[in-house]
Design a protein around this ligand. Structure first.
Ligand code: TPP
Length: 313
């Protein structure tokens, strides 16, 4: 296996955010997602999960921050979507049952890790597929005069899909209330962004006359403050928006398929929100961390003891 060395431009310097102000609810949600994802990797290794799964370890703060400002917007998620779902619904039991094919699964066990449908939420494992679909919903919302928006999560690698550009072009021309939340983690499966992308995401948004916002921090409250006004502009008919989160994928692409070298991984671990929030407020963090870990442990034991889901043959 080839080990990849981190490209220089992927080195994001640690910034000096004050992470002590996080609300208990947000900390709980962040830690729920972290322990849920860790548990999935354990369950996969133990043979309890069929097919594949992609965890969002390291990126949990993105949907937790966004959900605080999205209201009843439509969300289109992707292959790395557990955090998107949990940040919105907090329904760890329904999602774990879905992924393990047990009773109580949110889609009867037919969707698995990557294909979840629930009111106002839809995920797909097909890269780029959700962006034109989100555009359609965005236009429908505008025509209905409801004042909402549709948001699609995409990775940096998904900017290699032509459908993204067709949708951005139309969204800009027709001033659709569409937001692309880009989780730019510097790598797509095993390809560093620099090896696949000419130019930048900001430059590509600019080519379609679409505003672009760059988010480098992990502070949930600060991210929400920065996004509130731009999202209001989208809802008010100002046209689409691209929000690019410079984030880090802490785990492998899927399972055991991490090709990054030790130095790159060490830097990713150093940037991880988990350690940074823990250092900011050790006592409160440790209490929430233990509670969420135990809750996910209990939940996993309970879900695995259930009979198969209705949609599982
Ligand atoms: C149309 C399509 N092509 C290829 C794949 C296989 N695939 C799944 S995830 C992935 C990489 C995605 O990279 P990125 O968009 O950067 O998201 P990340 O995995 O980094 O979150 C690929 C190539 C796919 N799911 N869909």
């Amino acid at each position: 296996m080839t080990l990849l060395t981190q490209p220089a431009s992927q080195v994001v310097e640690k910034n000096s955010e004050d992470l002590r102000e996080i609300a208990d609810d947000d900390l709980r949600r962040l830690l729920l997602i972290r322990h849920f994802e860790r548990k999935l990797l354990d369950l996969f290794a133990a043979g309890h999960i069929a097919g594949t799964t992609h965890t969002c370890l390291g990126q949990e703060y993105v949907p937790v921050a966004l959900e605080g400002v999205l209201g009843d917007s439509f969300v289109f998620s992707n292959h790395r979507g557990h955090g998107h779902y949990l940040a919105r619904f907090g329904d760890a039991a329904g999602l774990l049952a879905e992924i393990t094919g047990r009773a109580g699964a949110v889609c009867g066990g037919a969707g698995g890790s990557q294909h979840i449908l629930r009111e106002g939420f839809c995920s797909t494992g097909v890269q780029g597929e959700s962006v034109p679909a989100a555009l359609g919903v965005a236009l429908g919302l505008r025509r209905a005069g409801r004042g909402g928006l549709a948001l699609a999560y995409v990775g940096d690698g998904t900017w290699g899909e032509g459908a993204v550009y067709e949708a951005l072009n139309m969204a800009s021309l027709w001033r659709a209330p569409l937001v692309l939340a880009v989780e730019h983690n510097g790598i797509a499966q095993s390809t560093p962004t620099e090896a696949a992308m000419a130019g930048t995401i900001a430059g590509r948004a600019a080519a379609f006359d679409v505003p672009h916002l760059s988010v480098t921090g992990v502070c949930v409250a600060t991210i929400r403050q920065r996004l509130a006004e731009p999202l209001a502009r989208v809802r008010d008919g100002g046209g689409p928006l691209v929000v690019e989160f410079r984030t880090h994928r802490l785990g492998p692409h899927s399972k055991g398929d991490d090709t990054r070298d030790a130095e790159w991984l060490a830097r990713v671990a150093d940037q991880d929100w988990y350690g940074r929030y823990a250092r900011a407020e050790p006592g409160r963090f440790a209490a929430h961390d233990a509670a969420q870990r135990e809750s996910v442990d209990r939940l996993a034991a309970e879900v695995l003891a259930r009979p198969p889901a209705s949609g599982v043959a």
